[in-house]
Design a protein around this ligand. Structure first.
Ligand SMILES: [Zn+2]
Ligand SMILES: [Zn+2]
Length: 118
């Protein structure tokens, strides 16, 4: 048991089966998890800010995966989540659909704490 067990908001959801049936999803997901593990390891080793950029590597891989899911798996995307401020803002503001779909795609694979950041 580590500290993350106490924070369900930080937990990575288990990706749905259709992601594993898609080569692009599988590859992009692996890159994303590896990027965040690299950042965690670097942070644990006290090398903060030295030779990695957590924002670029982690967020960049999430954006790539989110874009792919939004464009290739549109019918598998979840509906707007009433408990998510960003989903509700998108609905209210009538955000252009590609951005809405990319955000909803993040609900499929990202921990709740960071889904709402983009
Ligand atoms: Zn895919
Ligand atoms: Zn949302």
């Amino acid at each position: 048991m580590d500290a993350r067990d106490a924070h369900p908001d930080e937990e990575w959801p288990l990706p749905p089966p259709w992601m594993w049936n898609c080569l692009a999803c599988t590859e992009l997901y692996k890159h994303m998890k590896r990027a965040s593990e690299d950042v965690d390891a670097a942070r644990a080793a006290g090398r903060k800010g030295v030779d990695y950029d957590p924002f670029d590597s982690v967020v960049g891989t999430q954006i790539r995966l989110g874009r792919h899911i939004a464009s290739d798996h549109t019918e598998d995307l979840p509906e707007a989540d009433p408990s998510c401020g960003k989903c509700m803002t998108d609905v209210a503001a009538q955000t252009p659909e590609p951005f809405i779909l990319e955000h909803r795609a993040r609900h499929v694979f990202a921990p709740p704490r960071i889904v709402g950041l983009l």
